[in-house]
Every structure is written in structure tokens, then in C-alpha cells.
Design a protein around this ligand. Structure first.
Ligand SMILES: Cc1ncc(COP(=O)(O)O)c(C=O)c1O
Length: 428
């Protein structure tokens, strides 16, 4: 087909003929496209599936006979409470819209996300973190995954470097793969935490590259990390290391993007550990305008289908994100849902629900008895086990999982929040 179009074009001598040939070309091309689409449609399977893990022999968390330890997602026993919560929030919000009479909730929203939602979110996070959170430094997203993609598209050099820990959240790696000009560089870990000495050495080499930068793409490098309740190691970066990491980021002009999705699932007494963002203090003499971003989400503290999250960043980064063409064209992402979340926060429903989740997940700690406690790390929503068999070569290429029989006295579905992946960096 392509050959035919080409030869027609070769005969075109005058402009008029060119037009004819051009329209022929379009026709041929559209035929070619139709043929291709048809073939693709014939090949595209669209099996009837009900959820992300449906049909998957390993990840299907709804199999009653096993406690699936492979996915960090809540079970139906937890999710059943969500309907009523959302009904109350929806009613509250719609009544407010009705009273005001402008129905802004159904309009395109502002690029950074519904003002009232960010206001309530800042108060909620401030309360739960025990650290100040500023409304104007929040941008609403469709969850941490979307937040990460927004950052990759906006502030990172298009031929930049993404630094990842030796083991990390596997699906983040899939997201990085969609940016083929960006290179992924693995940073070794020590005691299940990023090895900052090694990181400094790697940065010395990588920073010498020739990176495309402009007024928006202000970082040549991004360190993607999960500093609080790391997935999969479960570790939290100690305060001294947090300070050092911030210093390293400033000195090397890179951004540290923290997947802060588990921070509020804190089982200890008192407040959770400070998020890394807290340590990038504008009052520091060596502050460089912000080198840390906190990428948060309601997925683990409310429910995954809500698809609402937030990016918390410095003023210079927030301004770049707000000017993103995607946000400018579409307005706030998940604007309607942000309205319902506003009510959920105003009515204290989210606070109460999060308290109940923490209490419930704490009971899952009983599961520890089922495993060799030396191989068991407990954190957040999930439980990670180090499997004893791993050697480095295997680790780079293979994902591990396990299932176990339902333990006495435990509701199978409430254990769906347990994850024992030893998730691996692919070997690039
Ligand atoms: C570390 C980490 N980041 C992000 C996500 C996904 O977050 P979201 O649902 O907000 O996109 C997960 C889910 O398991 C996760 O473990």
C-alpha cells in the first residue's frame, strides 16, 4: 500500500495534479489505517474483567481460598464501608452546590485543583503529619501514579536521568520506560536503604552529561524514592540521612520525588516520621528553591478507585506544574471527586475512616507469628517479607510472590492488604 502511494506522488507535476494525488494519498493512507485498525481490533481482546487484578493467576486478590500476599489493595470487607461514606459526602456537597446556585462543581476547575479541597487537605495533612502544609503548595492529581507522570512530563529534562533504588515499586519502573530518552540509573542500597555514599559518587559522574534544560525543565536528574515505609523494604530513612539527601539534591541540582503514599498508615504511638519534604526547609541558608516533592495519594488511606492525590512542592515547582498545558486545557483533574473529598474532609469522615483503617491493619500484625520473624518487616498497609533465596542476579530480573493459606481467625479479604513482593529493578 505504501509503495502505491509513493509511486502516485512521483507522477505529480503541477500543483493541481499534486492536489489530486495528495487526496489519493490520503485515501490510500486512510485505507491502510483502516486495514491496520481492523487487524488490531481483531487482535485486541477485551475480556470481561471487574478489577485490575481480575483474571491474573497471581494477583487476583478476590480468590476466597487463599490469602493473597501479592498486592497492596484493600479487600471487600474494608471497601464495603466506602459506599455510605461517599453517599454522605455526595449529599453534603450537592446540597452546597444547589444553595450556591453556580454549579462550579460541574465546570472546568482551576489548574491546581479545587481551592476548597486543597484548603481542607492542607489542614488534614497538617494534622496527621504534625507538620505545616500550605494549600498553595498543593496540586491535585489523579493519584501518585499520575503525579509521577506529570512530573516526568514537566520538570525533568527530556534526556534526563531517573535514579532509582536497587529495589523499588515495580510499576514506577514501567512508567519510566515510557520516556525512552530518559536513562534509568540504579543506586545501590545498604541495609535496605539508599546508600548515600554511592549515590554521591554516581551523581558526580552523571551530572557531567549534556542535558536539555529550559525554564520549565529545570532538573537534569530525578531521584525516585519511597523514604517513608519504603515499598518493598518497609524501611524509613532516618532524620540524619534525610538531611543529607536534601543536601545532596541541592548540591547536584536534582529533584527528589518521594512516593509518600504510606506515611499516614503509621502504627506507632504519636505522629508518623516527618516526610522528606519537611527537611527541605526554605529557611536553610543553602536552600535552592525546592529540591524535594511529596507525591501523596488517597488510594491507601481512602480507596484506590477514588483516583485522587496531590503533589506538594516548592513555589517554583508549583508554578511550573500549574502552567502545564495538560492542566490548562483540562482544568483540575478529577474536579468533581475533589468536591466530594472536600465534604469528606469537612465532615471528619476521612479522619475517622483513617483511624479505623490503622486500627484494623494493626491487627494484621498478628500475621507476623505465621512467618519467621527475622524475615518479616512490618509497615504501613502492607507486609513485606525478605525471601531467603535471593541472589543478586535473580533479583534483578525476577519478581517474587507467595500465597499462604488463610490463617485461623482472620477474615481472608482483610488480609488482602499484605504484600510480600520482593520487587525488583529491571536490569537496564
Ligand atoms: C509505592 C507506591 N506508589 C504508588 C502506588 C500507586 O498509587 P496511586 O494509586 O495513588 O496511583 C502504590 C500502590 O501500590 C505504591 O505502592
Amino acid at each position: 500500500m505504501y509503495m502505491l502511494v509513493k509511486s502516485c506522488y512521483a507522477y505529480a507535476v503541477s500543483n493541481d495534479v499534486k492536489m489530486v494525488v495528495y487526496s489519493q494519498q490520503l485515501w490510500y493512507i486512510s485505507c491502510a489505517v483502516n486495514v491496520r485498525q481492523q487487524t488490531e481490533m481483531e487482535q485486541t481482546k477485551d475480556t470481561y474483567l471487574r478489577h485490575l487484578f481480575d483474571g491474573d493467576p497471581i494477583f487476583n486478590v478476590y480468590k476466597k481460598e487463599v490469602t493473597n500476599l501479592s498486592v497492596g489493595a484493600p479487600g471487600p470487607d474494608v471497601l464495603k464501608q466506602c459506599g455510605l461514606m461517599m453517599m454522605r459526602a455526595t449529599q453534603h456537597r450537592l446540597e452546597e452546590e444547589e444553595q450556591e446556585g453556580n454549579y462550579y462543581l460541574f465546570q472546568y476547575g482551576i489548574t491546581s485543583g479545587l481551592w476548597e479541597c486543597r484548603e481542607e487537605l492542607a489542614k488534614f495533612l497538617g494534622r496527621r503529619y504534625g507538620d505545616p502544609v500550605a494549600r498553595e503548595q498543593l496540586i491535585l492529581t489523579c493519584g501518585a501514579t499520575h503525579g509521577l507522570q506529570l512530573l516526568l512530563c514537566s520538570i525533568l529534562s527530556s534526556n534526563g536521568v531517573i535514579f532509582v533504588e536497587e529495589v523499588t515499586y515495580m510499576i514506577a519502573l514501567d512508567a519510566f520506560n515510557q520516556f525512552p530518552l530518559m536513562r534509568i540509573v540504579i543506586v545501590p542500597m545498604k541495609d535496605d536503604l539508599v546508600d548515600l555514599d554511592e549515590m554521591e559518587k554516581i551523581l558526580q559522574v552523571e551530572r557531567k552529561g549534556n542535558y536539555f534544560l529550559n525554564k520549565d525543565k529545570i532538573f537534569w536528574g530525578m531521584f525516585y524514592t519511597i523514604p517513608t515505609y519504603h515499598n518493598p523494604t518497609g524501611m524509613t530513612l532516618p532524620p540524619e540521612d534525610c538531611k543529607r539527601l536534601v543536601k545532596i539534591a541541592r548540591e547536584n541540582s536534582i529533584v527528589v520525588v518521594c512516593d509518600d503514599v504510606y506515611n499516614l498508615l503509621h502504627y506507632g504511638d504519636g505522629l508518623p516520621p516527618h516526610r522528606l519534604f519537611y527537611y527541605d526547609n526554605p529557611k536553610d541558608p543553602d536552600y535552592k528553591g525546592g529540591n524535594v516533592i511529596s507525591n501523596g495519594s488517597f488510594s491507601k488511606i481512602l480507596f484506590p478507585a477514588i483516583r485522587l492525590g496531590w503533589l506538594e512542592s516548592s513555589h517554583r515547582i508549583t508554578e511550573i506544574l500549574k502552567a502545564s498545558g495538560i492542566l490548562k486545557s483540562g482544568g483540575a483533574v478529577n474536579h468533581y471527586i475533589s468536591g466530594l473529598i472536600t465534604s469528606l474532609l469537612q465532615m471528619n469522615i476521612e479522619d475517622e475512616y483513617l483511624d479505623s483503617l490503622v486500627t484494623l491493619y494493626k491487627t494484621h500484625l498478628k500475621l507476623q507469628r505465621a512467618f519467621d520473624s527475622n524475615d518479616c518487616i512490618l509497615m504501613g498497609i502492607v507486609q513485606f517479607l525478605s525471601l531467603p533465596i535471593l541472589d543478586k542476579t535473580l533479583l534483578t530480573m525476577t519478581k517474587f510472590w507467595a500465597m499462604t493459606e488463610v490463617l485461623d481467625g482472620m477474615v481472608p479479604s482483610s488480609l488482602l492488604t499484605i504484600q510480600i513482593h520482593k520487587q525488583c529493578s529491571y536490569n537496564y
